[in-house]
Design a binder for this molecule. Structure first.
Ligand code: PLP
Length: 405
């Protein structure tokens, strides 16, 4: 297979062959392809010419479908004049204006390339503003590749995390205890809109969670940072805090923001503008007009087509359908988390055997379902596509039942 041959070649010149979330260790080696050749809408083709119905959307970077025509034509126009210059392109200002008009608490925006660039920068802004050292996060929450939060073990020294504290998602009592124990030392709390850890069912916030977090931050003069990198534009067109009805002080976006073009943004209120301008921020190709244009058009489409609402509805249709099919085959199976980015969970499947086998069988039907990561629905998934995927997944559930019996 071309995919295997390419992977062998890759291991000779790239540590690990492929890495991070695309490494074989975090997927299903021999069932999932290692390399993709092209993609369009809701489908992709691997290097061996296999066609897949995609439910990972480049791990969330695609929301309108691969190669969304109006984004691609806007980007093609911009690219004719170049993209990275000595100064930012005017689209930078337009994009900042767009974000501050869409996100009601935002008075300013900055841009980078990856989510990690700006989750790390945001905690520095919190420290600069408060002049305090500690940051609180939820245990098992992913905020990027930097040493203060990465899930790997390599290359770390104890001081990397000496100022990072953790509490269990939804346990407001634990958060309160941390504020009491490290009194007047907490600069900020960084959290995702809901808890979407890998290898575990997603957990939505309890009814009182977000208001409780907001109150504790206010009482302790700590900055509330929302890491909306994965959920942004999939729950609400004004940012995921609107979906859960609270107001953060800073929000970080990436993934769906550029519909596949590398861009991230952090927005904040006026009171943090001075601190934001005092924390150094730059990158070689960050002032990239192509990605900024993609983001501008992607945001316009999200607004015009009410995409967050649309992917939530499509996801609900799909999740309910697939849960029914699982139940027909005798499985207790739930799509956890919001339906636009559901995480599949077989009750009692703590060693992940059932989900792994199910995704193996699904891969034989041309479905790219991930066993350990939340899936993503794009707005290019049509009702017919979702019905087709449900029928294919029926085969996978039937085969799994046969194997178990
Ligand atoms: C919640 C969250 N925060 C931060 C990041 C890091 O973003 P990036 O991979 O663009 O650096 C991710 C990436 O998956 C994420 O899901």
């Amino acid at each position: 297979m071309t995919s295997d041959r390419l992977f062998d070649r890759a291991t000779k010149v790239i540590p690990g062959g492929t890495y991070g979330h695309t490494s074989p260790a975090s997927s299903l080696p021999r069932h999932f392809p290692s390399f993709t050749r092209k993609a369009n809408g809701y489908k992709f083709e691997d290097v061996d010419g296999n066609q897949w119905i995609d439910f990972m959307c480049a791990y969330g970077a695609i929301i309108h479908g691969y190669r969304e025509p109006s984004i691609e034509s806007a980007v093609d126009q911009i690219r004719k004049n170049g993209s990275v210059f000595n100064n930012p392109h005017e689209v930078t200002v337009e994009l900042a204006e767009k974000l501050t008009s869409l996100i009601e608490f935002a008075d300013w925006a900055v841009f980078a390339k990856n989510g990690s660039d700006l989750t790390t920068w945001a905690i520095r802004v919190a420290r600069e503003f408060t002049r305090k050292p500690f940051i609180i996060k939820a245990g098992n929450a992913y905020h990027g590749v930097d040493a203060w939060c990465d899930p790997g073990m390599g290359g770390r020294i104890p001081s990397d995390r000496s100022d990072i504290l953790e509490f269990k998602w939804n346990e407001l009592g634990q958060l309160k205890d941390l504020f009491a124990k490290f009194s007047n030392k907490i600069a900020g709390v960084i959290l995702t809109p809901y808890h979407h850890a890998s290898f575990a069912a997603s957990e939505m916030p309890n009814k009182e969670f977000w208001q409780g977090v907001r109150t504790l931050c206010n009482e302790n003069d700590a900055i509330l940072i929302l890491d909306d990198v994965r959920c942004g534009w999939r729950l609400h067109s004004g940012g995921s805090h609107c979906f859960f009805d609270f107001t953060p002080d800073l929000s970080v976006y990436s993934k769906a923001l550029g519909n596949g073009y590398a861009i991230s943004a952090c927005v904040g209120g006026d009171f943090l503008k001075k601190a934001a301008s005092d924390v150094f921020l730059t990158g070689s190709c960050w002032n990239d007009a192509v990605s900024m244009t993609a983001a501008l058009y992607s945001l316009r489409i999200s607004e015009e087509r009410n995409v967050a609402q649309s992917v939530l509805q499509k996801g609900k249709f799909f999740c309910e359908g697939i849960e029914d099919i699982a139940n027909d085959n005798g499985f207790e199976f739930n799509m956890t988390g919001p339906p636009s980015m559901p995480y599949p969970w077989f009750n009692g499947d703590d060693n992940l055997f059932l989900i792994q086998k199910f995704c193996e069988y699904a891969s034989q039907e041309g479905l790219f379902f991930h066993p350990y990561h939340n899936w993503f629905i794009s707005n290019a998934h049509t009702q017919d596509t979702l019905l087709d995927a449900m029928e294919r997944s029926r085969e996978a559930f039937v085969n799994l039942r046969k194997e178990l019996d």
